[in-house]
Design a protein around this ligand. Structure first.
Ligand SMILES: C[S@@+](CC[C@H](N)C(=O)[O-])C[C@H]1O[C@@H](n2cnc3c(N)ncnc32)[C@H](O)[C@@H]1O
Ligand code: SF4
Length: 351
């Protein structure tokens, strides 16, 4: 079982970000961290959680480092009863709010992996993206985390912004390479409705050649690729669980839960969530939709999918793709050889 906790607070709103996070509701932190306890109790029944059930925990956001370890402590006390011995517990963090004290407190609670939202080591680009940290503070936060004993550290980068060029991107990789990290996620900038960038022209460029080059450079720097945007000597177990379609509990405003053929959506608004943390919209997922998700998710990463879930027509399309060396078959499973074409390949198979 995977457990996701959503923290919907941020110290500032980045110009590109449409995630469920708020900069003007920080006074709700305490009440919010109480509400998640109630939802977790409810989920233990719904998911029939037992001892050793929880294999991975991921705290995402928003910005988890805006909440103190003291406020997380009651949640950890509750969930730790269900921990499997050797579990991965990741938290996302923003370099600015990640102090040594915060990292130390979170490590004491059991955190053993931190994923930093760095985006770039270029100060101009950071300003352009509306980030509130600098290259120097990102380096310091990562070194602090490592010196505190966090063994698995990842950083997020964003590419395909208007101001990127090969020199800037190469510097980002060179900086990353020198740091004590074992994982990089690099996302192409997407422009979402409701963000500051949505109203500005040409903030992103879809430069496929530059993206291919950048991803190759990340691999050359010692981070093997295992998903469209993920690279590392360490593979994030929590994400692999999603791609393998495992059940997951989603705690918090805007979190999503998944059990067999249903998705659960608690309130997205912080106020509504606090007033009723047990409320959930339920989405029923049909067998066909589940199959399509398995194909899409499987092709986006190294996990692949079972060929036997496909019908005859779909299977024959996979055979064409095998001949064209776009995918390969091994022990009844289909694996993608062209991550950047993963959605197109899935659409071809299912279309
Ligand atoms: C929840 S944030 C990480 C933690 C923290 N909130 C931070 O930003 O430092 C998750 C990541 O999603 C990525 N992201 C968010 N919006 C994006 C967008 N529009 N395009 C590309 N990447 C995006 C960023 O790389 C960001 O680090
Ligand atoms: S990218 Fe991270 S810090 Fe920036 S607004 Fe989004 S969640 Fe908050």
């Amino acid at each position: 079982m995977l457990l996701y906790l959503h923290i919907p607070f941020c110290d500032s709103k980045c110009f590109y970000c449409s995630f469920n996070s708020y900069v003007d509701k920080l006074e709700y932190k305490k009440k919010y961290m109480e509400a998640i306890l109630k939802q977790f109790d409810y989920e233990t029944q719904k998911f029939n959680i037992k001892k050793n059930s929880i294999k991975t925990v991921f705290i995402g956001g928003g910005t988890p480092s805006t909440v103190t370890p003291e406020l997380y402590a009651p949640f950890f006390e509750k969930i730790s009863k269900y921990f499997d011995g050797n579990l991965e517990i990741t938290t996302e963090a923003n370099p600015n709010s990640t102090t040594s004290k915060w990292i130390k407190g979170m490590k004491e609670l059991g955190i053993n992996r931190v994923s930093f939202g760095v985006q770039s080591f270029d100060n101009e680009k950071l300003k352009y993206l509306g980030r509130n940290h600098t290259s120097k503070s990102a380096v310091k936060a990562i070194e602090n985390a490592y010196n505190t004993g966090i063994e698995n550290i990842s950083l997020d980068l964003i590419h395909d912004t208007k101001i990127d060029d090969k020199k800037l991107l190469k510097n980002d990789i060179d900086m990353a390479k020198k740091l004590p990290i074992n994982h990089i996620s690099s996302y192409s900038l997407t422009i979402e409705k409701g963000t500051k960038f949505y109203n500005i022209k040409e903030t992103s460029k879809e430069n496929t050649n530059e993206q291919i080059w950048f991803y190759e450079e990340i691999e050359k720097a010692g981070f093997p690729r295992y998903e469209v945007s993920n690279f590392g000597r360490y593979i994030c177990k929590h994400n692999v669980g999603y791609w393998k379609h495992k059940d997951y509990i989603g705690i918090g405003a805007g979190a999503v839960g998944f059990k067999r053929d249903k998705r659960f959506y608690p309130h997205r608004s912080i106020e509504k969530y606090i007033s009723n943390p047990l409320y959930q919209d339920i989405e029923n997922i049909s067998k066909i939709e589940l199959k399509e998700e398995k194909v899409f998710l499987g092709l986006r990463s190294f996990v692949g999918f079972d060929k036997k879930i496909l019908n005859e027509k779909e299977s024959s399309k996979v055979d064409i793709l095998i001949k064209e060396k776009k995918v390969m078959q091994k022990n009844g499973k289909i694996y993608n050889l062209e991550y950047l074409l993963s959605d197109e390949i899935a659409l071809f198979i299912l279309g």
